[in-house]
Design a protein around this ligand. Structure first.
Ligand code: NAD
Length: 422
């Protein structure tokens, strides 16, 4: 009989029974099942309260990036990631950044955008006017949903309305601007968007469809800047190389994607360590990178008047220190304690700085490697010429020496003799 993945009420079964079913389906061994049962620092109960159909937990290494000086404060940064070299690269970049004062970070506040989509509106422009004239009523209704958020100074602060021309006709989109303070805010915003929907239907005469947060959090931006002493990274050639690498990313989305992937290595690792929603961050950052129609790098690199390298990153940073799984996961709580951040905005600033550090580390490695290889090639060719090689033989001898990692005149002569005999 063939196996079926159609398992009615799988979610209602106790974890042990679910494991038995999966064991049978996938021919797991007893020891594999035992490993799945070891959920480590996340108790099975907690895991089952977090998501559905739980059969285990997957540990990911948690590393600490050292050396981070951000706004003149020292931070140890917890990073959860499966990829080698990321934590080392961040720490190394942060160390280099210290000589010019580390990172200067800032943020715009913690406003999230909730969208309410209304279709089948007879006169969209009139509907827009009507909605705007009921601003206070709509905000009041939204704010009734979350007295706790209001008590900490947050809540729906403003709204906007746009009329979109789509392939399915005109739509009226109401946007709620909600200060979610120390929460990422998706649930809070969604609840508000849902609550105002009936009012909006009445006011527009249309039909409300989607009521959901936008992950393009352009009203919740974090910025970080850094100055890198050119003397610390091998001088002007490396500075120029990094600026050329940035120019490449600015002109080519294929390179920009990888440039930004490096940035997200840092941002996502801190997000995972603190149990923040890294998919939300990824969606927001990549959408922001493409906001003008072309996918661009999230950071910029230039040279200042002293010849030092300067980097700036600007990213939407919808992160929280409360809400979601942040309070539930014991390791996330410890990670936040290690970070010592007092607000979600501060966490966002740290994450922007980590993203910039990661980006710098990757660019430096790529550029220095390229320069070294270039230097080595040039050097090897000169030695081959000095040994008496001519024409195509110059490259042949040079390549052999580079491959053997030994570039010497006596070796070049020896290789040349061998080739001439051959
Ligand atoms: P939440 O509802 O668990 O917590 C937020 C609530 O905490 C606030 O509404 C407020 O009532 C309370 N609170 C207490 N102290 C606060 C403080 N100092 N500042 C702010 N709020 C405070 O979670 P959330 O942050 O609204 O939503 C985050 C979760 O939503 C994440 O788990 C995310 O994965 C999920 N989610 C994301 C999306 C998306 O990104 N598109 C969609 C749906 C759900």
């Amino acid at each position: 009989m063939s196996k079926t993945s159609r398992i009615p009420d799988f979610y209602k079964l106790p974890l042990s029974r679910r494991l038995e079913i999966v064991k049978e389906f996938a021919n797991l061994t007893d020891s594999e099942v035992d490993l799945l049962k070891e959920t480590g620092s996340l108790s099975r109960d907690t895991a089952e309260r977090m998501i559905e159909n739980v059969v285990g937990a997957i540990p990911v290494p948690l590393g600490i990036a050292t050396n981070f000086l951000i706004n003149r404060r020292d931070y140890l940064v917890p990073m959860a990631i499966e990829e080698p070299s990321v934590v080392a690269a961040a720490s190394h970049a942060a160390k280099i950044a210290r000589s010019k004062g580390g990172f200067a970070a800032s943020s715009t506040g913690s406003i999230m955008i909730g969208q309410v989509q209304t279709v089948k509106v007879k006169n969209p422009n009139q509907a827009k006017k009507d909605l705007l004239s009921h601003r206070e009523d709509i905000l009041k209704k939204a704010n009734e949903q979350d007295p706790v958020l209001l008590s900490v100074g947050g809540g729906a602060k403003d709204l906007g309305v746009k009329v979109l021309q789509t392939q399915r006709g005109s739509m009226v989109i109401l946007e709620l601007y909600v200060d979610t303070k120390d929460a990422m805010g998706a649930n809070a915003v969604n609840t508000m968007a849902e609550a105002v929907a009936p009012m909006i239907e009445r006011m527009t005469g249309g039909r409300v469809l989607l009521r959901i947060l936008s992950n393009l959090a352009t009203k919740r931006m974090a910025q970080a800047k850094v100055v890198i002493d050119r003397g610390e990274i091998g001088g002007d050639e490396v500075v120029e190389g990094i600026i050329d690498a940035y120019a490449f990313a600015s002109a080519d989305p294929y390179r920009a994607a990888t440039h930004n992937k490096g940035i997200m290595n840092g941002i996502a690792a801190v997000a995972i360590a603190t149990c923040n929603d890294h998919r939300a961050l990824e969606a927001g950052c990549h959408a922001y990178a493409a906001r003008n129609g072309q996918y661009l790098p999230l950071s910029t690199w230039e040279k200042n008047e002293d010849g030092d390298l300067t980097g700036v990153i600007e990213v939407p940073m919808a992160v929280g220190i409360v809400g979601g799984a942040i309070k539930t996961h014991p390791i996330a709580q410890i990670a936040l304690k290690i970070l010592g951040v007092k607000t979600a905005s501060e966490l966002g600033e740290v994450m922007a700085a980590v993203g910039l550090a990661q980006n710098f580390a990757a660019l430096r490695a790529l550029v220095v490697e390229g320069i070294q290889r270039g230097h080595m090639g040039l050097h090897a060719r000169n030695i081959a010429i000095a040994a008496g090689a001519k024409g195509a033989m110059i490259d042949t001898i040079a390549e052999e020496m580079i491959r053997g990692n030994k570039i010497r005149l006596d070796l070049a002569k020896e290789l040349l003799k061998k080739h001439i005999v051959d």
